[in-house]
Write a protein of this length. Structure first.
Length: 137
């Protein structure tokens, strides 16, 4: 019996695997760039041209990087009995929606998807063990 717990945010996912009496934790980094576009710039001349910030370009790039991040998580979810997904922001909700939309066979195995703030590695392990009610060391 193999169960997986994932605590994820935009920066990384902490993946806890419970299998055959053992707890294993891996960290997968997302490689999502943090875009912070500043306002457009102005020419030095009084009524010169202005540069316009293209927010749609940044958002589209972030959307593609998020999709790649989700695809990197999918191999961890093969051949599992139960999945618990946690996170401090909306990224775990987007991941759950992606599973429901494009991977319904994996989405059926999601037992919980809920908000949890930043946690240490040991707290993540304990939370997953407690959810699946398993006494692993």
């Amino acid at each position: 019996m193999k169960n997986i717990g994932i605590w994820m945010d935009k920066e990384k996912a902490k993946i806890v695997t419970l299998k055959d009496g053992k707890v294993r934790m891996e960290t997968l980094y997302s490689e999502i760039e943090f875009f912070n576009p500043k306002g457009g710039s102005r020419s030095k001349t009084r009524w010169g041209p202005q540069d316009v910030v293209q927010d749609s370009k940044y958002l589209e790039r972030e959307k593609h990087q998020t999709k790649i991040y989700f695809e990197k998580l999918l191999p961890f979810l093969k051949d599992v009995n139960g999945i618990a997904i946690y996170g401090p922001a909306e990224i775990f909700e987007k991941f759950t929606a992606e599973l429901n939309e494009n991977h319904p066979e994996i989405a059926k195995k999601v037992k919980i998807a809920t908000t949890k703030d930043s946690m240490t590695d040991n707290q993540v392990k304990a939370m997953v063990r407690d959810f699946f009610k398993v006494d692993y060391p």
